[in-house]
Design a protein around this ligand. Structure first.
Ligand code: CA
Length: 388
């Protein structure tokens, strides 16, 4: 079984209401998908990158990697990853190249599963669960974030909706505003959710270590399950300082790449490892990063912010994660994994699959069909594609 054709798709969908994280104003959602066809007619799908511009990833696949892959085996994803990584090591250890490799890797595992009639989680050694509890990601900032009363009123309304949507845990954004105002945001959401509802905060690396520590102390009494990306991904000393200073678990990893990048992060910086399968190296690197994290009994809870392909890939991977550490009765977010379920508007996530992911009693089902276990709606693909 050989690779016969590789095609990229840049999908883009404008947003009616732009929103902010601490880093950026989002006016649209985009995804980079790759479609790989084999000489015996099997089609595999992958996704590369999370929210950055998809064009460089498409260029990397089309102009550099695809010519090297045509007529090579389609059923050796580990070997293909190693050879492409070795090829691009001197100029592409992080970022665009690894996002391109991730997309290709996910598509090759999809192909291998389809060729054998088995889901990816079976190829990875078998599933521990057929459904995964989901936590919602939401409560970003509206365009009127500087109008504090109006911003807090909108936050209250959104938090209420999230609580009533059937989610069992929620992660909200901090980091854009002064610490005291963001502290009020966390207080308000905790008040709406009540004391027992799992609540996490995500700064998207908005702080240095001292500001992150101030923020953490400001909200520590709110029973925060984790503080995500408190400092910049390069600032490992800052991660260590924040982690020592706070009584809140520290999470991070969505801006890190490959097992080489994750080594120090896992050992010293975070309590919860958040690789993104579409960025860090697909299923091939997921296995290696998960093995590293298991040595330290640190859970790997993937970052997911992409299309339905990204959600499917994360579910296939999480299905295979053992309870960390083992107990006779695993508890979500304690030693049982959860999946990130982005609740911000994204038609590429909601409409692209023939059978979109839906919450059932707070859980998402792990697709049981061959490969990723999902099918693309070709009409939606055509509608959302802005460039091949
Ligand atoms: Ca995040």
């Amino acid at each position: 079984m050989k690779i016969e054709a590789i095609q990229t798709y840049i999908l883009r969908s404008p947003l009616d209401k732009p929103f902010y994280s601490s880093q950026a104003r989002f006016t649209d959602r985009n995804s980079l998908l790759v479609r790989i066809c084999t000489d015996d007619g099997i089609v595999g799908w992958g996704e590369g990158g999370q929210y950055g511009p998809p064009e460089p990833v498409a260029c990397c696949i089309n102009d550099v990697l695809a010519p090297r892959l045509i007529n090579t085996p389609a059923d050796t994803p580990n070997r293909t990853f190693e050879e492409l990584y070795a090829f691009s090591r001197d100029f592409g250890q992080k970022g665009t190249y690894i996002e391109a490799l991730s997309a290709i890797d996910i598509a090759l595992w999809d192909i291998m599963g389809k060729s054998l009639g088995r889901p990816v989680h079976a190829l990875l050694g078998g599933a521990f669960r057929n459904q995964v509890k989901a936590y919602g990601t939401g409560c970003y900032y509206p365009d009127f974030f500087a109008d504090t009363p109006k911003m807090l009123a909108a936050l209250e309304s959104e938090a209420q909706q999230l609580k009533e949507s059937g989610l069992r845990a929620v992660k909200i954004k901090i980091g854009l505003l002064p610490i005291e105002i963001d502290g009020q945001r966390v207080d308000l959401v905790r008040q709406i959710f009540g004391s027992d509802f799992p609540l996490m905060i995500d700064a998207n690396h908005a702080y240095n270590a001292t500001s992150a520590t101030r923020m953490g102390r400001r909200v520590e009494s709110n029973e925060i399950l984790w503080f995500e990306e408190p400092v910049t991904p390069e600032d490992h000393a800052g991660y260590q300082q924040v982690r020592r200073s706070l009584n809140i678990p520290i999470a991070g990893g969505e801006c890190e790449f490959t097992r080489y990048g994750f080594r120090d992060l896992i050992e010293d910086c975070v309590d919860i490892v958040q690789l993104d399968l579409c960025c860090a190296g697909g299923f091939t690197e997921w296995q290696k990063i998960s093995a590293l994290a298991s040595i330290f009994s640190k859970p790997v809870l993937p970052h997911v912010w992409g299309s339905g392909i990204a959600v499917a890939a994360a579910l296939q991977a999480i299905a295979t994660a053992p309870p960390c550490p083992h107990t006779a009765y695993p508890v979500a977010l304690q030693n049982e994994p959860m999946i990130e379920f982005d609740r911000t508007p994204n038609p590429i996530r909601d409409d692209l699959l023939q059978q979109p992911f839906r919450l059932e009693n707070g859980y998402l089902a792990v697709p049981a069909g061959p490969g990723l276990g999902v099918e693309i709606d070709e009409a939606v693909l055509q509608r959302l594609t802005v460039s091949h």
